[in-house]
Every structure is written in structure tokens, then in C-alpha cells.
Design a protein around this ligand. Structure first.
Ligand SMILES: Nc1ncnc2c1ncn2[C@@H]1O[C@H](COP(=O)(O)OP(=O)(O)OP(=O)(O)O)[C@@H](O)[C@H]1O
Length: 761
């Protein structure tokens, strides 16, 4: 690796300049080429933005593609749907346009500035490729119970379609909800659409993510994570407050989205049946499935042969450049490429896709180190990390503009891969890798391994450029390697722990989860293992029915073992401490340890370290933090991440509310008798235990006695205790455990007599 910016400059990565340019439409090689973005003035307006409606032959499909004005409608079916929109009907639509916004108009504190901003964005909205398909989309959604929409990244699906449906009156009987797999997307899309609508966030347009609800009963468009939608199902089994549910980024096939597919499909049917039986108080539910990279036929089939609409056309071209040679070290290659771009390409920020926090932080340091040597004429290069373990406020920093004369380089995991528009991104560097979560149902162990991404992911990554101007996408792998990638990732439901999902299904009244209408069936062993664990947690009874404990557990916004801890804490009179520790565990870590000051940081941490392990160490730290009222200087001096601590306080507040709602007293404390807290955690984590072996290693109780290693970040790293409990076991380079505390082995059978009794039998 090079040691200075000059050296960085000398080392060069060669990219194949014959790379295709994705000027529009789908992403098949060679289909839509145009000259390199950097050398071609983009001739998008007036050509690429136009949208043609034409018939797709085989299935019940409408293709909306580039090349001609909307008036050049050629298909019989879409012809008629467009022609059906006569002036009179258009007026009617306009007239129908939602009665509620009018009522709201008086109440909303819409400022002139907001209205002006919305006006200025109107032109942009109308320049989006999707705009010329507006009326057809509205008509198709009105005419069909379910529609699948496939449109190029950046074409305007996520921000525009909900607004079109709102404008067409489809929120008259309920909110239009848009689900997102990631919270950062939910927040930013809502903010953008609120701006476009011209109202403050949280009113007409809102969002809801775990521990942060910025929506109201008056919200007509609501962006939310798929997890929140599942939670809402617990209190509104027919999702009656929604008139339209848009399941966005459906290609991601997260576990929760897959469960939602089945749930909304069934809810739509139930509502239809009720209406057929004459229920005047029930309205039909519309379902829209969206993505840029989707196996549309499969989704259509699942949703009763739903109508498919293809919308092609992207705003700006993105040229793809593959490396000529495979890269042995993609982090190094990303570093070199970033400096190459910075020194040779036109202004515009860079977005690099990496696999995880550690990699991001190490590249951040390298960039900072080398950027110091850059000549003044080049301007600064400022790294800006984003990964899932950050709190939402930290994640928002990537959206802040870089100071004038500097260039921002965002270092992201695949958290930034779909949905979001990060202003000023012109260059994407795709390492071609991500961390993929796996689950071995036989032994019940999760793994997190670096693996190649799918073609679909590569296209989404590329699509983060070309949203405000032409872009370049540097793929740090060869074109042949791209061709060898899988088309789509394996759905999470086939490779994940299913406990949360099963608990949600049971809590919404689905007794026999094995017969649930899954789009892709999870493995039998995965289902059985999760059912067994829920039984051991006493969430299910001998017949697999949800118990009272299980019902209560499902109401908490945390994974089943944590929910069990909260419930147990009431009996053991340590709810205060249980809430606090769970809140502390909700962030990746509350400690900061810059590599240049690692020793100092370790020393500072000793002050809070408990001999009993991480749970009580965290609690000690919280107590110290509270005693100084969260003073920032104190945090800095003690290497505590103050942002993460504020997030912890926020989560604590929310958990307190959940406990109160469940009729518990969140102030119940065990005082100084902290052994009780560890016993309480054991009620949820009795399976996550390991025993010390004569050779000094630890063997897990789960998975037939695996050798597990305490993670170096744990306060028990290198320590020997008779028995230990952990919150997390993940296979990376070895079986690492995190969130570790010491136990007495005698506590085990007391904590879960059912489980340990069975095992001994
Ligand atoms: N926060 C924002 N700031 C600036 N421009 C934005 C923002 N959000 C959206 N846009 C603009 O609106 C366009 C459409 O964005 P939208 O998210 O609706 O596209 P999409 O088709 O859903 O893309 P994807 O498939 O990548 O999610 C973007 O290309 C960009 O030009």
C-alpha cells in the first residue's frame, strides 16, 4: 500500500473504458449505450424523459418505455386506459382529490418558504421520467387491486407515485403507506416528499421508524420501515387506516417484507370478502409492489397475476467502468480509485460501498491520512461514514453538503444501496462485496460473511449516481466477474433466524405458520428450530399456541429474548436495570476507541469495567454518564460516544413507555443487588451460554458444544469464568461472542428448567 498522496497518485487502477452507460431503461449489457458522461453533454431533457406506453406481449403487462411522448399510445389495453381518462374524468379526479387535505390546509403551519420551495421543486418533479406516465399509473392503480411497478433507479417511483395517488384522491379513505427496508431511507424520503408537498414533516407527509415516529393521524402519506408496519398489524389487523400499501424495494426480499407480502395479500382478500358481504364501513386495499430490479413475473404471479408496469427512462446517464484486472485488495483499490477521481475528475461527491463498520473506519483513517498530503490546488477530500449501527442523527450527516472547494467521500455499507438520493453524488465506487447474514438452523448460529453481491445489488449501487447529473460508476471487478454474479440475492427468509417473524405471525392470529402463504418457503428445519426456541422462552405452549407471555412479548419492539427479559424483570423487580441495559445494547457500542489513542481509551474504560462482564459494565457507564448529566467534555475525556449515548437515552424513554403500556412499573429497581439483573437476562438468553473447558476455551451449550471466542471488545476478553452468557454469537473469522457476562453454572437450570430438564433427559 502506498504511503502518501503522491504515491497514491502513482499507483493507478485501470478501468475498462468500454463500459456501458446506463442512460435509461433496464440494465442489460449493451442495450442502452451512450458516450461517457464526462465527455458528453447530456441530452436527456426532451428525449430520455419522455415516456412511451406500449403493450407488453405475454402477460398482463404494460410497458412504459422511452422514446416517444405519452400521446403515442399504441396498445389496446393502455390505449383504452389512457383514453378512458377523458377531460371530464380528469376533472372528476381533480375534483375528487382528497377531502382531507382541504380540512388540513387550515391547520397546517405551512410557511411561505415551504410553499415557495414546493413550487420550485414542481418543475423538477415534472422533469422526472415517471411524470409522463402519471395518469396511466393512477388509472392502473384505480383499476387493479394490485400493481407491480418496475422502474429505473432514480426515475421517481418512491417520491412521486405516492403523491400521484394522493392527488388522485386515493387517500380519501385512508393513508397511503410506503414501506422501506431501511430507516435512513424512510426518513429521507419523507423529508423530501414533505418538501415537495410544501408542508412540515410529520403532518401531511410523515415517517415512522422504530423509536422515532414523525407522523400523525393526519398524515396522508407515510413512509415507514417494514418492521413498523408489522408492528401496526398487532393493533390494526386489517390495516384499516391504510387505503394503499406500497411495498418498495421489494427485490431486497428482507424477512419482514416477505412476511408483509403474505399479510397484505391476505388482508386485501379479507377486506374484499367483507365488502362483498355488504360491510359499508370497509374500504378496499390497494397494493403496489415497486423496485428497479425485480423479477416482476414472480411477484405478479404471487399477487393473483397482478398487472405489471415497466417504466424506463432515467434522468441522467451513468457510465460503468469495470477494472481490467481483478483486484486482490478491494479496500486498497477503493482508496486509490477515490484519489484518482479526486485528482482527475470534475467536481462531485463520491460514494464507496464497503462491507462493514471496521472496513469503513479503517478506510476513513487512510483517506484522512493521505488527504493531508494533497496539494492545496486540489481541495480537501472529506470522508463521511455511514453504517447500520450508527444512530439516525449520525446517519443524517451524509446528506449535509461538503464545504465549498472540498469533495465528500461517503463510505457506506449496503445501507445506502437502495432508495436514497444523496445530493451531489456523481461517482460510485462499488467493491462488489457485502456482508451477508446467514443462519445455520441445525445449530442455531448466525454467520456474517463477506460475499459477492448480486447483479441486482450492483445495479442499485450504480443507481445512486445519475440522480441529479450524469455519473460514473467504478466497479472494482471485471466485467466477466459481473456476469458471474447471481441475478438476485437469496431471500432472507431462507437464511435467517425466524423467531421474530413467527412471533409476529402468531400474534396477528396466524396459528399454523407452516401453512402461511410465503412467496418462498423457509426451510422446515429453520421453522422448527425457531418454534422450539419460542417454546423454550414460554412464548408458545405445548400445542404451539401463543401463550399470554408470548402475546406480551410480541408487543415489545425488540427481539424475543430481550422481550422475555423485560417481562421477567417485572417478577425479579429489576425492570429499570433491564430497560437500561437493553437500551445500551441497542447501539453497536457506547465506547469510542480511536486507533491512535487505543491505550488511553482502554484505560478510561477500566473505570467502568465490572468483573462480572459487559452488562454491568454498560450499566456502570450509564450511571457515570448520568451523574455528569451527559456532559460532552466528560464523554470526550472518557472515550464515550456521546451521540450513541443520547440515542440510548431515547431508546430507554421509549422502552419505558412500552413497559407502562404493558402495565409494568418501569421504575422497579433491584438497587445494588445486580446479580439479579444477570439472572434476569438469563431468562431470555439461557441458550446463549458457554462453559469453561479444562483447556481454557469456552464451549457453547447451543450447537452441540462449539468452541466460542470472546470478542476483543468485551470486558471479559481474555478472562476465565466458570460459565458465561452472551447476547450475540456470530461466525466471522471464528465463532465470536459479544455482550458477555459471567454466571454461576447452577443458575442455568433455575433460569430455564423446561429447556435444561429436557436436555438432560
Ligand atoms: N432528497 C433528495 N434530494 C434531492 N433530490 C432528490 C431527493 N430525493 C429524490 N430526489 C430526486 O428525485 C429523483 C427521483 O427519486 P426517487 O427516489 O423517487 O426515485 P426512484 O425511482 O424511487 O429510485 P430508486 O429505485 O433508486 O429508489 C431522484 O433521481 C432525484 O433527482
Amino acid at each position: 500500500m502506498f504511503k502518501s498522496a503522491q504515491a497514491a497518485k502513482r499507483k493507478v487502477i485501470t478501468f475498462d473504458d468500454d463500459g456501458e452507460t446506463f442512460a435509461r431503461g433496464n440494465t442489460h449489457k449493451g442495450e442502452h449505450t451512450s458516450p461517457p458522461a464526462s465527455t458528453t453533454p447530456h441530452t436527456v431533457n426532451g428525449e430520455l424523459n419522455k415516456t412511451l406506453v406500449k403493450e407488453h406481449t405475454v402477460t398482463n403487462t404494460t410497458t412504459l418505455s422511452n422514446g416517444s411522448a405519452l400521446s403515442a399510445v399504441s396498445s389496446a389495453s393502455t390505449d383504452s386506459s389512457e383514453q378512458q381518462l377523458t377531460k371530464k374524468q380528469k376533472r372528476k379526479l381533480h375534483h375528487q382529490g382528497d377531502v382531507r387535505p382541504k380540512k388540513l390546509a387550515n391547520k397546517e403551519p405551512t410557511t411561505d418558504a415551504m410553499i415557495q420551495k414546493a413550487k420550485s421543486l414542481k418543475k423538477h418533479r415534472q422533469s422526472l421520467p415517471i411524470y409522463s406516465a402519471r395518469d396511466v399509473i393512477i388509472q392502473e392503480v384505480k383499476d387493479n387491486a394490485c400493481v407491480v411497478i418496475v422502474g429505473e433507479t432514480g426515475s421517481g417511483k418512491t417520491t412521486q407515485i405516492p403523491q400521484y395517488l394522493l392527488e388522485a384522491g386515493l387517500a380519501a379513505h385512508g393513508t397511503i403507506s410506503v414501506t422501506q427496508p431501511r430507516r435512513v431511507a424512510a426518513i429521507n424520503l419523507a423529508k423530501r416528499v414533505a418538501e415537495e408537498v410544501g408542508t412540515p414533516i410529520g403532518q401531511k407527509v410523515g415517517y415512522s421508524i422504530r423509536f422515532d415516529d414523525s407522523s400523525s393521524r393526519e398524515s396522508l402519506i407515510k413512509y415507514m420501515t417494514d418492521g413498523i408496519m408489522l408492528r401496526e398489524l398487532l393493533s390494526d389487523r386489517l390495516l384499516l387506516r391504510y387505503s394503499v400499501i406500497i411495498l418498495d424495494e421489494a427485490h431486497e426480499r428482507t424477512l419482514r417484507t416477505d412476511i408483509l407480502f403474505g399479510m397484505v395479500k391476505s388482508i386485501q382478500k379479507q377486506r374484499q370478502d367483507m365488502i362483498a358481504k355488504g360491510r359499508k364501513d370497509i374500504q378496499p386495499l390497494k397494493i403496489v409492489i415497486m423496485s428497479a430490479t425485480l423479477d416482476a413475473e414472480k411477484f405478479s404471479e404471487y399477487f393473483y397475476n397482478a398487472k405489471i408496469m415497466y417504466i424506463s427512462g432515467r434522468q441522467f446517464p451513468v457510465k460503468i467502468l469495470n477494472t481490467v484486472e481483478p483486484q486482490a485488495d478491494y479496500v486498497d483499490a477503493a482508496l486509490v480509485t477515490a484519489f484518482q477521481i479526486h485528482q482527475e475528475e470534475a467536481p462531485g461527491d463520491i460514494l464507496i460501498f464497503l462491507t462493514g463498520q471496521e472496513e469503513i473506519e479503517s478506510l476513513e483513517k487512510l483517506i484522512e491520512e493521505y488527504a493531508v498530503d494533497l496539494p492545496a490546488s486540489v481541495g480537501k477530500l472529506i470522508p463521511c461514514p455511514i453504517f447500520a449501527a450508527q444512530d439516525s442523527a449520525t446517519q443524517q450527516r451524509i446528506f449535509e453538503p461538503a464545504p465549498q472547494g472540498t469533495r465528500k467521500v461517503i463510505l457506506a455499507t449496503n445501507i445506502a444501496e437502495t432508495s436514497i438520493t444523496i445530493p451531489n453524488i456523481r461517482y460510485v465506487i462499488d467493491t462488489g462485496c457485502h456482508k451477508s447474514r446467514g443462519y445455520n438452523a441445525r445449530v442455531g448460529i448466525e454467520s456474517l460473511l463477506v460475499e459477492p453481491i448480486s447483479k441486482s445489488s450492483a445495479r442499485q449501487r450504480m443507481g445512486r449516481a445519475g440522480r441529479e447529473a450524469p455519473g460514473l460508476c467504478f466497479r472494482l471487478y471485471t466485467e466477466d466477474s459481473f456476469e458471474m454474479l447471481e441475478e438476485d440475492a437469496i431471500p432472507e427468509i431462507k437464511r435467517c433466524n425466524l423467531e421474530s417473524a413467527i412471533l409476529s405471525l402468531k400474534a396477528t392470529g396466524i396459528e399454523n405458520v407452516t401453512e402461511f402463504d410465503f412467496m418462498d418457503r423457509p426451510s422446515k428445519s429453520g421453522l422448527l428450530r425457531s418454534l422450539e426456541h419460542l417454546y423454550a422462552l414460554e412464548a408458545l405452549d405445548d400445542e404451539g399456541k401463543l401463550t399470554e407471555i408470548g402475546t406480551k412479548m410480541a408487543a415489545f419492539p425488540v427481539d424475543p429474548p430481550y422481550a422475555k427479559v423485560l417481562l421477567q424483570s417485572e417478577k425479579m423487580e429489576c425492570t429499570k436495570e433491564a430497560i437500561e441495559i437493553i437500551a445500551l445494547l441497542s447501539v453497536d457500542t457506547i465506547f469510542s476507541a480511536p486507533s491512535s489513542k487505543r491505550e488511553e481509551a482502554n484505560e478510561a474504560r477500566q473505570k467502568f469495567t465490572s468483573l462480572d462482564g459487559d452488562h454491568l459494565t454498560l450499566l456502570n457507564t450509564l450511571r457515570a454518564y448520568e451523574s455528569v448529566k451527559g456532559d460532552r467534555d466528560w464523554c470526550r475525556d472518557n472515550f464515550i460516544n456521546s451521540r450513541h449515548m443520547r440515542h440510548v437515552m431515547d431508546v430507554r424513554k421509549q422502552l419505558v413507555q412500552f413497559c407502562e403500556r404493558a402495565g409494568m412499573d418501569p421504575k422497579k429497581s433491584c438497587g445494588h443487588d445486580l446479580e439479579i439483573v444477570l439472572k434476569c437476562f438469563l431468562a431470555g438468553f439461557f441458550q446463549n451460554t458457554a462453559l469453561l473447558q479444562p483447556d481454557g476455551t469456552y464451549k457453547s451449550i447451543l450447537g452441540g458444544g462449539l468452541t466460542v471466542s470472546i470478542h476483543p471488545s468485551s470486558s471479559l476478553f481474555g478472562k476465565k469464568r466458570e460459565a458465561i452468557m452472551y447476547n450475540e454469537l456470530v461466525f466471522t473469522t471464528k465463532h465470536y461472542i459479544r455482550g458477555v457476562s459471567a454466571l454461576e453454572s447452577a443458575w442455568l437450570s433455575q433460569a430455564a428448567p423446561k429447556y435444561f430438564g429436557q436436555r438432560q433427559a
